[in-house]
Design a protein around this ligand. Structure first.
Ligand SMILES: OC[C@H]1O[C@](O)(CO)[C@@H](O)[C@@H]1O
Length: 318
């Protein structure tokens, strides 16, 4: 396998695993889903995780390699098994996850190479689940303390929620992504009552010195706060296949534009389109080409009448 020597543009950290659905297993893990879709967007992305020395680990390696995800950030664990999750769907077709504990990705070690990659990368992406075990948690903190742009997609997965750890991470975060329930939980952690979204966001921004926050709202779309600016984008209308990884692909689309300093309109438009595209497909990491996505995006344009912003400079002609 070819070693990467140049610094990746984005480094993702955390769980890589098999989601075991009633109809078969699919590769997953929120940070892996982000890394996968970034790669599809043409972004050079590096995934730091750990797999077991077992059949499921070998299968994970095969899939990542065949899908052109660079596997050099995947550590091999001789003691712990490759991660698995028993996934089912509720009556709204939302996924419910039973995440097997004490697996390989709970034991990600700190390496010199990863530390250097994170220092140089334009963004470092992670969630809260990888902090459930001490080893991966300590590695994450060491990396985060050295990164220049920390992107925290909180992705709360009960029962693995630790208030102190989440607050500590938020103090290091530059861009956070919450859904509405997660935003309320963070407010509870800092003893702030929810009055309305804008006030809550302002409070969280000031409390954690955190300029950029995305709140995802499912079928209602998403809103991006950047200091005092906000940009609310509607969800793109599609037929839902399943919602697994929709937030992860949204984030991949968002970062593709954000790290290249595109304006927030273009950034949000791309993010909502990629989230919708993946939701219209099966699973979080379907096989597709950038051209297929671009075609989908053209056929499903953003309804600019439903964009809500406090900024005047909408892109020309919108
Ligand atoms: O990472 C925890 C779980 O979240 C997902 O990534 C979806 O966002 C699943 O693939 C995984 O089982």
């Amino acid at each position: 396998m070819r070693e990467i020597t140049s610094t990746p543009e984005i480094v993702c950290f955390g769980e890589i695993l098999w989601d075991i659905f009633p109809d078969g297993k699919r590769i997953g893990g929120a940070p892996f889903n982000v890394s996968y879709n970034l790669t599809k967007m043409g972004i050079d992305s590096h995934m730091i995780s750990r797999i077991g020395d077992d059949q499921l680990g070998r299968e994970l390696l095969e899939v990542t390699t065949s899908r052109k995800i660079n596997p050099t950030g995947l550590q091999l664990d001789n003691e712990n098994a490759t991660g698995t999750v028993i996934a089912t769907f509720d009556e709204d077709n939302d996924a419910i996850y039973d995440i097997v504990n004490n697996v390989a990705w709970d034991n990600i070690q700190l390496t010199e190479k990863d530390l250097n990659f994170v220092k140089e990368a334009k963004a470092f992406v992670f969630g809260s689940l990888a902090t459930r075990n001490k080893v991966s948690r300590e590695t994450l903190f060491s990396l985060m303390e050295n990164a220049t742009f920390n992107v925290f997609d909180i992705n709360l997965r009960p029962p693995f929620i630790d208030e102190k750890v989440i607050k500590d991470i938020l103090h290091h975060t530059h861009l956070a992504k919450f859904n509405k329930a997660e935003l309320r939980m963070v407010l509870e952690f800092i003893d702030k009552e929810y009055t309305n979204e804008a006030d809550s966001i302002k409070y969280v921004q000031d409390y954690f010195k955190l300029d950029e926050i995305i709140v995802s709202k499912g079928s209602k779309g998403a809103i991006y706060y950047k200091k005092d600016e906000h940009y609310q984008f509607p969800a793109v209308e599609i037929t839902i296949n399943d919602t697994v990884g929709s937030g992860d692909s949204f984030l991949a689309g968002f970062l593709t534009k954000r790290i290249n300093n595109k304006n927030p309109f273009e950034t949000m438009e791309y993010a909502t389109a990629l989230g919708a595209f993946i939701t219209s497909n099966k699973g979080a990491c379907p096989e597709y080409s950038l051209e297929e996505f671009e075609l989908f995006k053209e056929k499903h344009p953003t309804n600019y009448n439903d964009v809500i912003t406090n900024m005047k400079n909408m892109p020309h002609g919108k």
